[in-house]
Design a protein around this ligand. Sequence first.
Ligand SMILES: Cc1ncc(C[n+]2csc(CCOP(=O)(O)OP(=O)(O)O)c2C)c(N)n1
Ligand SMILES: [Mg+2]
Length: 578
Amino acid sequence: MTRTAASLLREALENVGVRYTFGIPGVHNTEIYDELAKSPTIAPVLVTHEGGGAFMADAVSRTGTSLGTLVIVPAAGVTHAASGIAEAFLDGIPMLVISGGVRRDTGRAYQLHDVDQHALLKPITKGTWLVERHSDVIPTIYEAVRVATSGEPGPVFVEIPVNLQLLTGDAGPVHETPVHVAQGARCTAPAIEEAAALLAAARAPGIFVGWGAVDASREVTELAERLGAPVATTLQGLSAFPANHALHAGFCLGRAAVPAAENAFRDCDCLLAVGTRFGEIATGSYGYVPPANLIHVDINPAVFGANYPARVALEGDAATVLRRLSASLPGIDGADVRRAAVAAQIARDKAAYLESWEAHDPGDRVNPARFFAALRTRLADDAVVVVDDGNHTFLAAELMPIRHPRGFISPTDFNCMGYCVPGTIGAKLARPGAQVVGIVGDGALRMTGLELATATAQQLGVVVFVFSDGELAQISQAQEIPYNRKTCTVLGPLDVAGLAQATGAAFVRIAGDADVGRGMDEAFAVAANRRPVLVDVAVDYSKRTRFTEGIVRTNLERFDLGTKVRLVSRALWRRVTG
Ligand SMILES: Cc1ncc(C[n+]2csc(CCOP(=O)(O)OP(=O)(O)O)c2C)c(N)n1
Ligand SMILES: [Mg+2]
């Protein structure tokens, strides 16, 4: 049978369960868009910028509902999308990127959008494919999806030249639709036994979970309870353990962690780390060093020993490995007593930390702790909170209790500003029945805020809270002490209400603590009618997060004496000279 590559592509995308594609049509992909328009199961979404589209696709994947997919023009679309593709790559998120390609049948040089896309994308994808024959379209998509979703997930790229889309060709044999195979464990029984013995013998065991554990929440909970062990999370894995569980200690480890986590793990003599790479943010700039008895569970063996040596490395899917570990774990004497003591200390530390925030005077602005407390009471447990990158990210990580797996989405290791607004859109498309809120800095809003027009066009009732402090705070705070000046981190004015009006979003202002409840209620009421809402929050940033304080100290200490003297002298000199 002869068919166009565009129709073959549609069939493949439908068969692998793609629900949304994001992108912008151009001369190299209009055949694909015309096919997608006919699809009963796929909705092609027009975005304002492919970078936003890539963040949307990433967020769709992070909800775990379907595979986030881009359909973009070659080269210019690809470079625009690269930020979101790279975010997915470093955060281990599956994504399917499809672009058209220049004609390969005319022999012409200097065609539109003609650059080597594969070279461009090689370092930020798990694989790239150029389709050269019609009969290769379907098997290539199936293979690309298999690569994207197996092992540590990540983005993949497929280029389909426009001539194959336009012209018909031999479709080749019928291919079986791939079924998703559950990923097992590669670790051996003796390794599991060794890990179980270490945990059973530990005086103060602890569990640290990252995004890789996000679908193993039940297994982590069972182990934590049996061990009487506290559970801390990475930033990306904030939702991997419910914050309302008595053993939930909170975000991060070491001095960059919230006090409950820092204290609960202070004497930890055996750490079970699940689905984390011990990356820079997860460790507070490597300020945390795990104990020698480190049991490291991950699906990607490359992470073992990359930063810290593991006594036992267990390769495999988190839930599968943890179930085996649990089966090998003996009953532990004194676990009940330990559980009660750990939980009591966590509860005291959490209350004290919250009190320190509540006691903080925000002037006439909004106290972040008050904001997050009010937000928590208005969100169902399965709501999705999408953040951007900045000071607000760490405020959310420290002050917003997340109760549901995949209920917190953050651009973490690529750490790309501009994620939040499009991420919120992707999450809401994927989870239309859930409350989806974004929290974005006033700097990051400028990068992708126009995607609110996409939310309006799609009738998405998302609420995006802008933490307006007038600065690129996460960086300006780091400039304050060493430089005593803020170079290029103080923002010029932006009319947030004007942005809302321009994009069709409703607008609410929360100018001080007194407005918080009323402002949120108003925003959620409008969002219930399928209209996006932009909420300008006059947040007070004068109290530092534990994370910022912790990483600043860690980085200062790491300098050699000569560098320390030079930096301190410069800071003092500037303080004196102004
Ligand atoms: C694309 C990109 N550019 C620059 C940075 C560096 N950076 C990290 S946080 C930050 C400040 C963000 O400012 P804003 O969005 O206002 O959030 P705030 O820190 O004020 O909450 C900057 C500039 C980045 N992470 N990503
Ligand atoms: Mg800001």
